[in-house]
Design a protein around this ligand. Structure first.
Ligand SMILES: Nc1nc2c(ncn2[C@@H]2O[C@H](COP(=O)(O)OP(=O)(O)OP(=O)(O)O)[C@@H](O)[C@H]2O)c(=O)[nH]1
Ligand SMILES: [Mg+2]
Length: 286
C-alpha cells in the first residue's frame, strides 16, 4: 500500500499540541542532564509514537522502551519532534530510557509540517552520510544533494554521494553528480539491479556509522538490502508511474547492524532538506 500521508514519515503528521501549563504543577525534582558515554548502555534503533526501540550493548535483539521525560529531556532551545532519535546513545533501566548522551554529530532538518515547526533529527552520531540519488526515476536533484552535503561537511561527517540506478543511464548522458567529487565527497555510481559499483560502495561504508538519506524512491532500502545480503529487510516499492516519484515506502529511520561493527541507518525519503544546526542547542552544557 502506498503511503498517502502528506509528510515524509508518520511523525510529520503527529500533532504536537503544547501541553497545558498549570501554575500549580510542581517543578521537576530531578534536573535533566546529558549523560557521559560511560553511563549509556544502548543505541536507539527505531522511533515509534511515544516509544523507542533500543539496541542494548549487552544483547543482540531490540527492546521497546518508554521514556522518563524528567531525566531525559534536555532541549536547550530546539523543539524536536521526538524525545530521542535513531543513533542516540541512551541509558535504559528496565524498559525505560532514563537519559541520553550528548550527540557527537546530528543530521537535523526543519520538519515539513508547517503547522508545527519542529526539528526533525534524522540520525545522530554518524561518521558518514551516504547521500543517495538516482540518475533517473526519480529525476536527479542536485539541490538536495548539495544541502545535505553542506550539513554533513560542517560537522566533519564523511560524505559519499551515491548515484544509484546507473543501469538506467543512457550512453553519453551527462553525469552531473560527478561535480561533488570536488567537494570532499566520494562519488560512487552504482546499481542495485546490475551490481555495478556495489563493491566500491561496500568498501566505503564498511565499519562506519552511516545514514543513507535522499529522495523517496532513489533506492536507499534496496541498497541496504543488497549490502546486508538480506532481502527480507524493510519494504521497497516501485516509483509511481503517474508522478515519476517515490511512494515514501520507508516510514521511519531504522538502525541496522552491518558487518565489521558497521551501523547503517535507513531513512524515509525526504522531499526537501533545510538543515538545522543543533550545535548551540545540543552541544552546549545546559
Ligand atoms: N533500475 C533500477 N531500479 C532500482 C535500483 N535500485 C532500486 N531500484 C528500484 O527503485 C524502487 C524504489 O526503491 P526503494 O529501495 O524502495 O527506494 P527508497 O529510496 O528506499 O524509497 P523510500 O523508502 O520511499 O524513501 C524499487 O522499485 C526498486 O526496485 C537500481 O539500481 N536500478
Ligand atoms: Mg526505503
Amino acid at each position: 500500500m502506498p503511503n498517502t500521508r502528506r509528510g515524509d514519515d508518520w511523525s510529520d503528521d503527529v500533532q504536537h499540541e503544547p501541553r497545558p501549563t498549570s501554575s500549580a504543577r510542581k517543578p521537576h525534582v530531578v534536573r535533566a542532564r546529558r549523560l557521559s558515554p560511560e553511563e549509556c548502555n544502548g543505541t536507539v534503533a527505531e522511533i515509534f509514537p511515544n516509544r523507542s526501540a533500543v539496541r542494548l550493548d549487552s544483547r543482540p535483539d531490540v527492546l521497546l522502551c518508554n521514556y522518563r521525560m524528567a531525566t531525559l529531556a534536555v532541549r536547550g532551545g530546539s523543539r524536536e519532534r521526538s524525545p530521542t532519535c535513531v543513533g542516540d546513545r541512551v541509558r535504559v533501566e528496565g524498559d525505560v530510557i532514563v537519559g541520553a548522551c550528548r550527540r557527537r554529530t546530528a543530521l537535523a532538518r526543519r520538519s515539513p509540517n508547517a503547522r508545527n515547526p519542529l526539528t526533525h533529527v534524522m540520525a545522530a552520531n554518524l561518521n558518514m552520510l551516504v547521500i543517495v540519488a538516482s540518475v533517473r526515476e526519480p529525476e536527479y536533484t542536485p539541490g538536495l544533494v548539495s544541502r545535505m552535503l553542506e550539513a554533513a561537511d560542517s560537522q566533519d561527517i564523511a560524505v559519499v554521494v551515491c548515484a544509484n540506478k546507473i543501469d538506467l543511464l543512457e550512453e553519453g548522458a551527462a553525469r552531473p553528480w560527478r561535480e561533488f567529487a570536488e567537494a570532499r565527497a566520494a562519488v560512487v555510481e552504482c546499481s542495485v539491479k546490475s551490481g555495478a559499483g556495489m563493491a566500491e560502495l561496500e568498501d566505503l561504508v564498511r565499519g562506519r556509522a552511516a545514514a543513507f538519506c535522499g529522495n523517496s524512491g532513489v533506492g536507499k532500502t534496496s541498497l541496504l538490502r543488497r549490502l546486508l545480503g538480506d532481502d527480507s529487510y524493510g519494504r521497497v516499492a516501485e516509483i509511481s508511474a503517474a508522478s515519476g516519484k517515490g511512494r515514501h515506502t520507508t516510514t521511519g529511520a531504522v538502525l541496522l547492524p552491518g558487518p565489521a561493527n558497521s551501523t547503517w541507518i535507513d531513512t524515509p525519503g525526504v522531499m526537501d532538506f533545510e538543515a538545522v544546526d543543533l550545535k548551540s542547542a545540543e552541544y552546549e552544557e545546559p
